[in-house]
Design a protein around this ligand. Structure first.
Ligand code: SF4
Ligand code: FES
Length: 251
């Protein structure tokens, strides 16, 4: 396949950045999108040019590192997949493909296609944990968990922290990510002691990090490679209201 790539190149956080065009004449449909970028980078290095910086790690759809906006869509045209699991067979011979970084106020560009997602770490640090006595591991069935709660918690725990929800949101909100973490812990018995403190602290960290407010446009859940549902935001709102209603904070 012949592909024209238009890639966002930005030398550093202070650089203005611009789209740069590259022609690729021998792209295999079986390549992943990141392998196609690897091939381009090998060529750029051989030509003495700076390779394109982009984030990746597992390349198996589980770590959340890959983060490209492809033709205006976070993680590209295939639904419910990460950039690393996207293959060139999803494109046609002769296609022109725009590749950009996540764009959000809370995710500043570090270089080219790499953004700083440490704002997510701050939200997790604010409450994404439980307190448990140390010692030997408890028996697996010592704390019964109702099946519906276990299933919903597991579904929320699938969030890989990639940030596509933020990149897709017109408000640059990270509410789907935050709600996934709040839901994951808040549905389990082990997460109850900090449940109401957690939601208040995580939402506060979310706002302080510069993410926008949620207006339930739903773009986040469409872009999410793990299908985290909007109901998780409903759960977050319910816990947040319970924690703060009438100025009385539960703890
Ligand atoms: S909610 Fe979905 S899109 Fe957002 S960080 Fe988690 S996995 Fe990525
Ligand atoms: S590189 Fe790990 S999810 Fe894509």
């Amino acid at each position: 396949m012949k592909i024209t790539l238009r890639v966002w190149r930005q030398k550093g956080p202070e650089d203005a950045g611009k789209m740069v065009e590259y022609q690729l004449d021998d792209v295999s449909p079986d390549m992943s999108f990141l392998e196609m970028l690897d091939v381009l980078n090998e060529r750029l290095i051989a030509e003495g040019e700076e390779p394109i910086a982009f984030d990746h790690d597992c390349r198996e759809g589980i770590c959340g590192m890959c983060s490209l906006v492809i033709n205006g869509v976070p993680h590209g045209p295939e639904r419910a997949t990460t950039t690393c699991q996207l293959h060139m067979r999803k494109f046609k011979d002769g296609d022109v493909i725009d590749v950009e970084p996540w764009r959000a106020q809370a995710f500043p560009v570090i270089k080219d296609l790499v953004v700083d997602r440490s704002a997510f770490d701050k939200i997790i640090q604010a409450g994404g944990y439980i307190s448990a006595p140390t010692g030997s591991a408890p028996d697996a069935h010592s704390i019964p968990v109702p099946k519906p709660a276990a299933d919903a918690a597991f579904e929320a725990a699938e969030c890989i922290g990639c940030g596509a929800c933020v990149a897709a949101c017109p408000n640059g909100s990270a509410m789907l990510f935050t709600a996934a973490k709040v839901t994951h812990l808040g549905l389990l018995p082990q997460g109850q002691p900090e449940r109401y403190d957690r939601v208040v602290k995580m939402v506060q960290a979310h706002d302080e990090a510069g993410f926008g407010g949620c207006t339930v446009t739903g773009e986040c859940t469409v872009a999410c490679p793990k299908g985290i549902p909007l109901e998780t935001i409903t759960r977050l709102n319910r816990d947040y209201l319970a924690a703060t209603a009438a100025g009385k904070k539960k703890s």
